[in-house]
Design a protein around this ligand. Structure first.
Ligand SMILES: Nc1ncnc2c1ncn2[C@@H]1O[C@H](COP(=O)(O)OP(=O)(O)OP(=O)(O)O)[C@@H](O)[C@H]1O
Length: 246
């Protein structure tokens, strides 16, 4: 694949809910191996944008391209089968199930001739996945409810990474975590760059945004205020872009 090709290309995206304009004229290109942070105050339109990219909402107008091809997803599962995975704040893990069943939730492996669950293979592949990403858990058979918040977030991200062939969308991935766990999850997110995935992350923590992202995209009340290269960006400028106060 041409690494310069945009994995995701959004052009003039507009989304209105009745009379409320949630997103207006939003454009963004994302490349493989790139982390872009989406920042903005409450109600800026960040979640709406993630839902548009992941097929939950259809934009009122605008163009979405995946690997240069026009894309329009009828629902979230259509986006998933096109290589787009989302990690939401609530994680969508089945708490009473083991890690390996969560890794394969809705995509369970079965074995012939009766189509029984291939638990051994799911367990083995899940273990390889968490080992590969250095997510430390007792075992792939551990029950989700026995894990810490950071471990659960690690599982949710590992699952998304496993199934995403193109793009991972992270909605406030560390909002519910303590300092040490946040650090671990941030390391995990940084390591996804090497997997050549494109990452779009929503975060309210500017420290995190500056630590992880290559570019920062600012939204205010549905309007795209600007995009900055993180290495050249100034925190005060980003804050005033977010708030509209110079
Ligand atoms: N399903 C909906 N129906 C009507 N209005 C909506 C809907 N979803 C979002 N909105 C409106 O669109 C605007 C953007 O909301 P959105 O949730 O995308 O913002 P956000 O940046 O994700 O905020 P937060 O940080 O609080 O999650 C808000 O004015 C919100 O009230």
């Amino acid at each position: 694949m041409n690494s310069e090709l945009n994995v995701l290309s959004l052009k003039n995206i507009h989304k209105a809910f009745g009379g409320i304009v949630a997103i207006q004229d939003f454009s963004l290109d994302l490349k493989a191996g790139e982390i872009v942070a989406l920042v903005g105050d409450n109600g800026a339109g960040k979640s709406t944008l993630i839902k548009i990219i992941s097929g939950v909402y259809t934009p009122t107008s605008g163009e979405i391209k995946l690997d240069g091809q026009e894309a329009s997803f009828s629902d979230a599962s259509a986006a998933r089968s096109n290589g787009i995975e989302v990690v939401y704040q609530d994680l969508a893990l089945a708490d009473e199930q083991p890690v390996f069943m969560n890794m394969f939730l809705g995509r369970e492996l079965t074995k012939p001739p009766f189509g029984l669950l291939d638990k051994a293979r799911m367990r083995r592949e899940s273990q390889e996945l968490v080992d590969d990403l250095d997510v430390r858990i007792p075992s792939a058979s551990s029950t989700i409810s026995d894990l810490s918040g950071g471990q659960r977030q690690g599982i949710a991200i590992a699952r998304a990474t496993h199934w995403a062939s193109k793009l991972v969308l992270l909605d406030e991935p560390t909002a519910a975590l303590g300092v040490a766990e946040t650090g671990k999850v941030e390391d995990l997110i940084a390591s996804l760059k090497e997997k050549n995935l494109a990452i779009l992350i929503i975060s309210h923590s500017l420290d995190q945004v500056f630590k992880l992202s290559d570019r920062i995209c600012v939204l205010r009340r549905g309007e795209q205020i600007g995009i900055r290269e993180t290495a050249k960006a100034d925190k005060n400028e980003i804050v005033s872009m977010i708030t509209g106060v110079a």
